[in-house]
Ligand binder design. Structure first.
Ligand code: MIC
Ligand code: SF4
Length: 755
């Protein structure tokens, strides 16, 4: 039986009348995305039409999921909110804080030792406030959610950008910062700008070496890393219904890499099969009764151009296996010759050192079984592995079942390392080198979603390429980046030429899923007696103190850094070794912006301290400004804050005294995170004004005391020679968000309201 089945049935009971009302108001057939959005309005039954890409709307999500690295800050904030229990079903998943080194048994034991303080904190807070707790080793949040909690037509938020994975089961599932989750946990509405809608029509069928991963790698190439910003991507067409549910999850998962708010698919038989296989026949039965509301109206998919803001066509029959990378997930290359040419021209190492299969994106039973069919062929055909292979199963249920069915055994016969059911190498928790900074240039291929510099192993010289699990396996056997399994031959141990046959696999385990201990801990009915303790001298956890409002008069501010080029959340608040400080704001603040490239001098973590004229690390220089009582600004390029939902990327600069982040454009979650923490997140009205900012400038906000929705702000930039420029800045703050700014943070406001 499914968790929270009554909540799910409740959503379905209300759905019909709300969808009908929305259709009447909008005056035309509805997409699936609109049906879910309009049936989850905070105010209940729809009464007005919302303008896509413009209107801020209050929603009532059905559930929340948090992972250990972001849950710490989210729960530290929730503890301040003054509530006894979470208002909607919520879960916490321990998956990010587990290193991949020796293999699951040793690594998990190690994590349980070094991070016990954090795991115990999360467990006791969960128990106290009625939150479901998934222990370390239970699996990666998004696979566990897909297997247990996601349901067609539902709306959820999660403190992780890949929460969108649940779109594979027909949800609108959105990644948010912890402060957004706190609103919903505290029983308040959740605000989102009504998204634009991108339709992707999938025709043809996947076959041979082409996998769902290739669909999203193609979409990433078409839309680029910011092309989905502010939009929900809705997939449909015969190619969509012919794909497995977990395959759909893969596609939705990597929607985060194009900046999409989320992605989703209409309810179909693959989803019903998956629900039944994962012991949720009750959800499938309930969904079947409201089937027509769990997909778009027929007219929409027949004439998508009339209903979506943009339509993209992909013929799966013409799609081939792709490799995206290095350093960005939207740089696509077809396998084989095209890769030989590109890699040679760009000096990417053609030799592949590692193949890694797993992450929340591609760690389902189907993924492992298809990759294992390649591994089995390598064994059968006498091929020796040229690269090393590592596997992270997505959940204990997948792992247990895959082990029972001999799938893990096949990988082990190739000497693959089976790591914990956790994020591991996907988030820099890969103990690959003792000195990553000075590690050699190399290439790796993985089935993960992100491949920013240093992401997997901390080595800036690792060129990571993203591919399907089956292609990752084949390339790991061949050891070459430009191996094309469709046509290339390999030489086996007997000196014979052999070729791979096409990968095969099981959508779902033929003998059903099984698991002994899934790693779940239910909270007590009444957790009020549970004591949560945070030690004063803890390195890992620190209770929060409220931020002071920045006020309506900021002048004499200095430039902390003008970031050059890509500045993702990994550049602003690096993961890997820093994950250990995710619950301690002052300690993690020591990594603030250390990965960002300073536009002046093009170095990382090297900025001018205007007070002394000397150069130093970003956090150190910023602490000097803070000590001197001087506010600072950070300047950035396009899509600033792309990547993760981690609100640390906003809280750290805020904690250190940065007042404003001024960029050409923002990634959605990061922009909201800045607002929530009571900071100024602003964009240049004229992008070229970015070029006006000089290293020694001083900044005065001229009209901040008139901060109002839709009204530009003016920044006076005083250059070293005394000359000045007035720079116009845009913002997207609405009335409520300006109140957050005025209060010092959204949390300060909640506290006030609950006092
Ligand atoms: C990631 O994939 O970058 C993470 C780690 O899962 C993040 C969350 C985090 O920073 O903790 C995400 O995607 O939101
Ligand atoms: Fe974990 Fe990687 Fe998925 Fe983020 S993208 S949740 S780090 S597996």
């Amino acid at each position: 039986m499914a968790f929270d089945i009554n909540m799910i049935k409740g959503v379905y009971t209300k759905m019909a009348s709300r969808v009908d009302k929305a259709r009447e108001i909008v005056g035309k057939p509805l997409t699936l995305s609109e049906k879910i959005l309009y049936s989850h309005l905070w105010d209940g039954t729809p009464t007005q039409e919302f303008t896509r890409g413009t209107d801020y709307v209050d929603f009532a999500p059905d559930r929340i999921a948090c992972q250990d690295a972001t849950a710490q800050m989210a729960l530290l904030q929730f503890m301040q909110a003054g509530k006894a229990k979470v208002a909607v079903p919520t879960t916490v998943h321990c998956d990010h804080l587990i290193q991949a080194k020796e293999g699951a048994a040793t690594d998990l034991k190690h994590a349980n030792t070094v991070s016990s303080e954090v795991f115990n904190f999360l467990e006791s807070v969960s128990n106290k406030y009625g939150i479901g707790f998934w222990k370390p080793g239970a699996g990666i949040i998004h696979q566990v959610v897909l297997e247990n909690y996601a349901f067609p037509g539902g709306m959820m938020i999660g403190t992780d950008s890949h929460t969108v994975n649940a779109g594979g089961l027909g949800m609108v599932a959105i990644g948010v910062g912890g402060a957004d989750a706190v609103d919903v946990m505290a029983g308040m509405a959740w605000e989102l700008k009504f998204p634009k809608l991108i339709g992707v029509r999938l025709t043809g069928t996947l076959s041979g070496w082409t996998a769902p991963k290739d669909v999203i790698l193609k979409v990433a190439e078409i839309l680029t890393a910011k092309g989905g910003t502010g939009a929900i991507v809705e997939y449909f067409g015969p190619g969509a219904t012919s794909m497995s549910c977990t395959g759909k999850g893969t596609i939705c998962n990597m929607g985060a890499e194009i900046g999409a708010t989320t992605s989703t698919f209409g309810y179909d038989e693959s989803m019903e099969r998956y629900l039944r296989a994962t012991d949720r026949a009750d959800v499938a039965d309930a969904a079947n009764r409201v089937k027509q509301h769990l997909t778009a109206d027929a007219e929409v998919y027949a004439n998508p151009e009339q209903y979506f803001d943009q339509v993209i066509d992909i013929n799966l029959s013409e799609l081939g296996p792709l490799l995206n990378g290095p350093f960005t997930p939207d740089l696509s290359t077809t396998v084989g010759k095209a890769m030989t040419e590109k890699a040679t021209a760009n000096d990417w190492p053609l030799k592949v050192e590692w193949g890694l299969i797993g992450s929340c994106t591609n760690s389902s039973y189907e993924d492992l079984s298809r990759a294992s069919s390649i591994a089995q062929q390598a064994l059968d055909k006498g091929l020796k592995m040229k690269a090393e292979l590592g596997i992270n199963p997505g959940s204990e249920q997948v792992r247990y079942t895959a082990e029972r069915d001999g799938i893990l055994g096949i990988f082990e016969n190739l000497d693959a390392k089976i790591f914990t059911n956790a994020c591991g190498p996907c988030i820099g928790q890969w103990a690959r080198y003792s000195d990553p900074k000075n590690a050699p240039k190399n290439s790796i291929v993985h089935s993960f979603n992100r491949n920013f510099a240093k992401r997997a192993d901390g080595n800036p010289n690792t060129h990571a390429f993203v591919a399907s699990p089956e292609l990752t396996a084949a390339i790991a056997v061949a050891g070459r980046l430009d191996f094309n399994p469709l046509i290339d031959k390999l030489i086996n141990e007997n000196g014979e030429e052999v070729m791979f046959d096409e990968p095969t696999g099981w959508e779902l385990p033929p003998k059903g899923f099984d698991v002994k201990d899934n790693g779940y801990l239910a909270p007590e009915e009444d957790g009020s007696h549970v004591q949560v303790s945070v030690k004063d001298d803890s390195e890992r956890l620190q209770l929060l103190t409220p931020f002071t409002p920045l006020g309506g008069n900021i002048s004499g501010a200095r430039l902390l850094i003008k970031a050059f080029g890509k500045c993702t959340t990994d550049h602003i608040s690096m993961a890997g070794p820093w994950l250990r400080f995710r619950g301690h704001l002052d300690n993690i603040a020591n990594n603030t912006l250390i990965g960002a490239v300073n536009a002046f001098g093009k170095k990382t973590n090297f900025v001018k301290n205007q007070l002394t004229g000397e150069y130093g690390g970003v956090p150190d220089v910023q602490r000097e400004y803070k000590k001197a009582g001087i506010k600072t600004i950070v300047v950035g390029d396009h899509n600033y804050g792309e990547g993760s939902s981690r609100e640390h990327a906003a809280m750290q600069p805020r904690h250190l005294g940065v007042a404003a982040v001024i960029v050409k454009s923002f990634a959605r979650i990061h922009e909201t995170n800045l607002k929530k923490q009571g900071m100024l997140g602003l964009t240049f009205a004229n992008e070229s004004d970015y070029d006006l900012i000089q290293e020694n400038d001083t900044f005065n906000f001229i009209d901040l005391n008139e901060f109002a929705p839709g009204k530009q702000l003016t920044l006076e930039t005083v250059h070293e020679d005394g000359s000045k420029h007035l720079i116009k800045l845009n913002h997207t703050y609405n009335d409520a968000q300006i109140v957050w700014y005025n209060e010092g943070s959204a949390l300060n406001l909640i506290k006030k309201q609950n006092a």
